[in-house]
Write a protein that binds this ligand. Structure first.
Ligand code: PEP
Length: 255
């Protein structure tokens, strides 16, 4: 059975005051939940967030890493440093980085391997643009994105990946893939992972991301191959984020 997972991607939002306000509020609302909850604030707030999450069952993640242990890489942060700061998760290959920072599939694959080597659990984002969807290229695009990462980490480590299917046209736009549209892609990705490493596809958690809110979360999470969500905007509101996490409760019974 796959445990449901909800991760909040704060992107480049927040302040110390916001971290101090949101995290105790989230922890208070989510005591005793079975769903795995991960919060991913910007780098400067990781240590503070780690302190505030102490004693809770919720985990801390970062939004990127550099695929090397240390060295002359001005402005970069390694997986080991993230572990040292209290992270156990890292988001990789977000479409905002693929588009804005020219991260290609090979770079995301290197980062995924570096994350696993550092003992972090990567959440690898894949997703098509609206023109790719309109051109009938959705499955081709996401299969290439996932395939590069599977090849990069190898069949022994494939089961340690978490995938987030995030259609680019749904991120921050208020448009959400329908549960059926998302399920169709998740199902294909799971088959691909299973074909690559038998057993891995069955246990690999696959999150949906793209304008998830409390109002649409339950219908998405109820789909057989959707194991939770990667939440952007709504993760900045403690009440909304907690409601999304609660929508995932009990959804893992048959997965
Ligand atoms: C994201 O950035 O990962 C995301 C899913 O954003 P939003 O929920 O705001 O669409």
């Amino acid at each position: 059975m796959r445990r449901t997972l909800v991760a909040g991607n704060w992107k480049m939002h927040g302040s110390q005051a916001m971290v101090r306000a949101i995290l105790p509020d989230v922890c208070g609302r989510l005591q005793g939940v079975a769903t795995e909850v991960v919060v991913c604030p910007p780098f400067p707030y990781l240590l503070l967030a780690a302190e505030l999450l102490q004693g809770s069952s919720h985990a801390l993640g970062a939004q990127d890493l550099y695929p090397g242990a240390s060295g002359a890489h001005t402005g970069e942060v390694s997986g080991q440093m993230l572990r040292d700061a209290g992270c156990t998760w890292v988001i990789l290959g977000h479409s905002e980085r693929r588009a804005g920072k020219c991260e290609d599939d090979a770079a995301v694959a290197r980062k995924a391997k570096a994350a696993l080597d550092a003992g972090l659990r990567p959440i690898v984002c894949v997703g098509e643009t609206s023109s790719q969807r309109e051109g009938g290229l959705t499955f081709e695009v996401v299969a290439a994105q996932l395939g590069a990462v599977l090849d990069g980490v190898g069949s022994d480590l494939a089961a340690s990946l978490t995938v987030a299917y995030e259609p680019v046209w749904a991120i921050g736009t208020g448009l959400t893939a329908s549960p059926e549209q998302a399920q169709e892609v998740h199902g294909r990705l799971r088959l691909q992972a299973e074909a690559f490493a038998p057993g891995a596809g069955k246990v690999m958690r696959m999150l949906y991301g793209g304008s998830v809110k409390a109002a649409n979360a339950a219908s998405l999470f109820a789909m057989p191959d959707i194991d939770g969500g990667l939440i952007g905007g709504a993760s900045l509101d403690a009440g909304e984020f907690a409601a999304i996490c609660l929508a995932a409760e009990g959804m893992s019974w048959n997965k």
